[in-house]
Design a protein around this ligand. Structure first.
Ligand code: SDX
Length: 431
């Protein structure tokens, strides 16, 4: 943390306190309140962390007003167009674009960690076939902590590196196995002679009865979806991984905690919820009914895939995703996809409605991703697992940054207490 050159004055209870103010290389200044309770005997209050910086980081920067997303300074639209997922993983993990030799070495290391310990196959057998793939992923990723004891000493940088590569490599295998298990098909092992996205598609859609050729267009679209979901500053699931890891817990178990948080429909589960909403709307003529429900304060319904805590402009990922949706559907010959038509008409109707534009509610990353994934052949239940496969590198990068921070402290928020004050126990005979 750079030395503070500015300060803020807090006047409370007749006293005033000078609080250091720090500036980053971009984004809002922060007021350092670490000594506030000791000095002033008060807490700050911010239940949804809408105005709270939980850490200082160098990985991802979001400007919600400009609709800008940078990974180590590189804008997401350039990375989506010019890079590919494993190179973006390298940038997130190590901070710089790799040389050709560095990239080849990294890709080889990931490729050679894609298989699971053979005994982990038995874990899947314990689940019902109709278990949600996210339930299986939470369980199996957590179980990695029971199999890879040689990469759980987080004080050892080399073991942190091995655990990082293992998780990036094995998440696609686990997600594909969760899918195969849910449809009663045999698991397909990863291959070392095809790229990361192609491997994932092949593990999901190949069957032993025939050869499987990956469609390069679908593989490129899959890779782009992985790239667009890789990291996103201190979102709910990343903050979950950071808080769980702050106790020194097993890294595999902490990633499982991130998967659990991502599952929620307000977060990574929105892609599944969005496609189910578009299907429920069904035809463009029913859009006004759903717009009205989304605006009705007495109706809990919200437009899935709309709105964002940080973006008060377009989510830059949504723009790239919308372009991919058009490309993939055209190439698959499903350009007259009714769900895509409802999505486009719904977006136009919402953006013409003051309720959404006044509240800065625009399509987010989840609005179009489900349409592409459905067109590629995935069931809606696989949308969030795919998000988790991608976000694993973001969780891991943020985890590595936090664990290497010499100022690391266990996360332990306080509270505003409104409960009963001190009172004596009453024996049951006297109640
Ligand atoms: C992701 O944090 C990240 O970075 C997340 C993510 C990532 O990459 O990690 O970007 C991925 O989670 C994207 C968001 C996916 N979720 C959804 O699409 C679900 C639908 N969206 C909403 O649930 C909501 O917009 C949130 C959760 C995304 C954001 O909620 P906030 O910031 O807490 O905003 P809010 O709930 O306080 O809403 C502000 C106002 C409210 O109205 P008022 O009380 O001011 O009158 O906007 C309204 C809300 O009712 N509102 C919506 C709405 N979202 C907010 N109204 C209708 N439809 C919506 N979708």
């Amino acid at each position: 943390m750079s030395e503070s050159k500015k300060s803020a004055t807090l006047a409370i209870n007749g006293d005033s306190f000078e609080l250091p103010v720090y500036s980053g290389t971009a984004g809002p200044d922060v007021i350092d309140i670490r000594k506030l309770y000791a000095q002033a005997g008060v807490f700050t209050y911010d239940p949804g962390f809408t105005s709270t910086a939980s850490c200082d980081s160098t990985i991802t920067f979001i400007d919600g007003d400009k609709g800008e997303l940078l990974h180590r300074g590189y804008p997401i639209d350039q990375l989506a167009e010019k890079s590919h997922f494993l190179e973006v993983c390298y940038v997130l993990l190590y901070g710089e674009l790799p040389s050709a030799a560095q990239l080849e070495d990294f890709e080889n290391r990931v490729t050679r960690h894609t298989m699971l310990h053979e005994q982990m196959m038995y874990l899947f057998r314990g689940f019902r076939r109709d278990a949600h793939p996210m339930a299986i992923m939470v369980g199996v990723v957590g179980a990695l902590s029971a199999f890879y004891h040689d990469s759980t000493d987080i004080s050892d940088p080399w073991q942190r590196e091995v655990a990082s590569v293992r998780m990036i490599a094995k998440l696609p295998t686990i997600a594909a196995m969760a899918y195969k298990y849910s449809i009663g098909q045999p698991f397909v092992y990863p291959r070392n002679d095809i790229d990361y996205a192609s491997n994932f598609l092949r593990m999901c859609f190949a069957v032993p009865a025939e050869d499987y050729e990956v469609n390069p267009i679908l593989s490129r679209a899959m890779d782009r979806i992985f790239t667009l979901h890789a990291d996103h500053e201190q979102n709910a699931s990343t903050s979950t991984v950071r808080l769980a890891s702050s106790s020194g817990a097993n890294p595999f178990a902490c990633i499982a905690a991130g998967i659990a948080c991502l599952w929620g429909p307000a977060h990574g589960g929105a892609n599944q919820a969005c496609l189910e909403m578009l299907r429920e709307i069904g035809t463009p003529d029913r859009i006004p009914e759903f717009i009205a429900r989304a605006k009705d304060k007495d109706d809990p319904f919200r437009l899935m895939g709309f709105g964002h805590r940080v973006y008060k402009n377009f989510d830059p990922r949504a723009k790239v995703m919308k372009q991919s949706a058009d490309e993939v559907l055209d190439l698959l010959g499903v350009e007259d996809n009714p769900t895509l038509q409802v999505a486009k008409d719904l977006e136009a109707a919402a953006l013409a409605d003051d309720y959404f534009t006044d509240k800065k509610l625009f399509p987010n990353v989840d609005f179009y991703s489900g349409i592409i994934l459905e067109a590629m052949g995935f069931p809606t239940s696989m949308f969030t697992p795919i998000f988790a496969v991608s976000r694993t590198v973001g969780w891991i990068s943020q985890w590595k940054e936090m664990i290497a921070d010499p100022q690391l402290k266990i996360g332990r928020p306080r509270q505003l207490y409104h409960g009963e004050t001190l009172r004596d126990y009453v024996d049951i005979e006297k109640r």
